[in-house]
Design a protein around this ligand. Structure first.
Ligand SMILES: Nc1ncnc2c1ncn2[C@@H]1O[C@H](COP(=O)(O)OP(=O)(O)OP(=O)(O)O)[C@@H](O)[C@H]1O
Ligand SMILES: [Mg+2]
Length: 537
């Protein structure tokens, strides 16, 4: 069965989270079933997990016989618009007729299709008409009219669509415009691609052309909970909070990196008889800094390929190298690099479109810390083909360089939650002087070793949520927030949640009254105290 090749069971077993995206797609599907058109653009750098989500969504659809799923991946198709259209019609008919169960090779080209479809098959006429047309615009339209002629709602997923868009543009065919014109009802259109500048244009264009009918979804990195879950799925066994926190630190929550270093660490720990945590460090260094490493290859790809797409190059390197040391405002970069504000502004706009740089308020940062460290360290290293666990010299040197680079890790609002989760996970099960955690009247405390993420509770018909509950002999309620907290905030949380200890961690700090009236079972931690804690572990 083709679907099992497309999305094999071992891959399915590893699928983690993405509940928010799946919920959005499913919600849109219910509109489509009522006759509406809904569309999405899925954005994200190479290997961030776009296809995994699409395949998972598709797989769920297979058991719903009231919809017709169609999945087309343009990656690797010949860059010839005519051939792409032949393939497209083939894939569409393959999904309509077999729901992904048949052999797609038998649907590879229109001439094979004619033989494949029975004489009384209604789709035969559509294929014959397609073959008879020579005008590329009309050919594409005739393919879409097949979708429109179906009596069931259709989920039409086009993956790596940038390759199709580029080729269509070269052939002077406005595929997006034609889709807008023709797909108007009972269709869920999902466009996904990894060259953000092109996909970004699609989503911007669609704002005008589809009149806001295409919603953009940007794929986010994993937090602690998902990192922990995915690692346990890969290993098939439980790991400690400290190990999960370490993996989150080493990967920035990028699922592909989690997969790569967890697998490598397992192998190393078996081969060299070393503990898993030590193996993780080596696996990370190997994969990221040796030229045979998979993460190295990915970073090199992003660096060369994406920067190849950048229209302005002169200051690109110096700007990125300046950003490595932490999030910055345009004025800071301008000062450090020695160019004017407006020039930096134009560069940042472009880097953001490429997806390599992100913006939080007016502060810019590199999308993933591993990539940032790779840019920084790559400059200072000779090419290393392989790193063996016995190469103590190179490992020590790399660790030193890493430390220097990550020392610059400042807690910014966009990293606050992730860093907080990491710190909590590293502290699980330890006994510590409570004063080290923050403002408190408590002395020595044992931090429970079990963590439940985002628990909810229903009270008087309202649903409440906290960030975490820590449990074993004691029960701790942990609230993480960007906003400033006062006595009222604390009291409200305590009214809703029963616990032995309440731990509030806040980015903007707490009011004087909150601190002066602190009760025996409370801990208040602000950003500064958190930064101190981070240095300690
Ligand atoms: N939700 C997830 N659960 C588990 N693993 C994931 C998830 N998302 C991504 N991964 C891991 O990352 C890898 C890359 O994901 P995927 O192929 O979906 O990325 P992509 O964005 O489609 O990449 P490309 O741009 O290269 O097509 C997967 O093979 C898998 O190992
Ligand atoms: Mg993909």
């Amino acid at each position: 069965m083709y679907v099992n090749i497309l999305y094999p069971e071992n891959e399915r077993k590893l699928f983690t989270d993405r509940e928010d995206v799946l919920r959005k797609l499913n919600h849109a599907l219910s509109d489509v079933k009522k006759g509406a058109f809904r569309g999405f653009v899925i954005l994200g750098v190479r290997r961030c997990g776009k296809t995994m989500i699409l395949k998972h969504f598709l797989f769920e659809l297979l058991s719903d016989s009231s919809v017709i799923p169609i999945y087309v991946d343009f990656e690797g198709m010949p860059r010839d618009f005519n051939i792409m259209l032949d393939r497209l019609i083939g894939w569409i008919i393959f999904w309509i007729r077999t729901r992904g169960i048949g052999d797609p090779v038998e649907y590879g080209s229109p001439s094979i299709l004619i033989r494949k479809l029975g004489r009384d098959d209604a789709l035969l006429d559509s294929v014959l008409r397609f073959i008879s047309l020579t005008d590329l615009d009309l050919k594409f339209r005739s393919i879409l009219s097949i979708i429109n002629s179906l009596d069931k709602p259709v989920v039409f997923i086009l993956d790596e669509i940038q390759d199709f868009l580029i080729t269509a543009q070269e052939a002077k065919i406005d595929v997006l415009g034609i889709m807008r014109e023709m797909l108007r009802s009972k269709t869920l259109l999902v466009l996904s691609g990894s060259i953000r500048s092109i996909m970004y244009k699609v989503s911007m264009d669609s704002k005008e052309r589809y009149f806001l009918q295409l919603e953009t979804i940007e794929i986010q990195p994993f937090g602690l909970k998902d990192t922990w879950e995915l690692t346990e799925k890969i290993l098939g066994e439980n790991i400690s909070g400290a190990t999960a926190a370490k993996i989150l630190r080493l990967t920035g929550g990028f699922p592909f990196y989690i997969y790569v270093i967890t697998n490598r660490a397992r192998e190393l720990s078996e081969l060299y008889q070393i503990g898993f945590d030590e193996a993780l460090d080596i696996a990370y260094l190997q994969e990221t800094y040796s030229s045979s490493g998979i993460i190295y290859e990915h970073c090199r790809y992003l660096w060369s390929e994406y920067l190849g797409y950048a229209r302005r190059k002169r200051y690109l390197r110096s700007i990125l190298e300046d950003l490595i040391t932490g999030p910055k405002k345009i004025s800071e970069i301008a000062k450090n690099v020695g160019i004017d504000y407006n020039t930096v502004y134009i560069y940042m706009e472009e880097l953001e479109k490429l997806g390599i740089v992100k913006r939080d308020n007016n502060t810019y940062y590199i999308f993933n810390p591993v990539f940032a460290r790779w840019i920084a360290i790559r400059k200072e290293l000779p090419e290393i083909l392989r790193i063996h666990p016995e190469d103590k010299g190179i490992i020590t040197q790399l660790k030193k360089l890493e430390k220097r680079v990550s020392r610059a890790e400042r807690i910014a609002s966009h990293t606050f939650e992730m860093l907080t989760q990491r710190i909590i996970a590293e502290l699980l099960g330890t006994t510590i002087e409570a004063g080290k955690l923050g403002e408190t009247k408590l002395n020595k405390v044992k931090i429970p070793d079990k963590i439940i993420f985002n628990p909810t509770i229903k009270k008087e018909n309202k649903i409440y949520e906290v960030d975490a509950i820590l449990e074993n002999d004691q029960r701790w309620v942990v609230e993480i927030t960007l906003s400033k907290i006062d006595r009222k905030y604390i009291q409200e949380t305590k009214n809703v949640w029963k616990a032995d200890i309440y731990w509030f961690i806040t980015y903007q700090g707490y009011t004087k009254t909150a601190k002066n009236n602190i009760e025996n079972n409370e801990i208040l931690t602000d950003k500064k105290q958190l930064e101190k804690l981070l240095k300690g572990i």
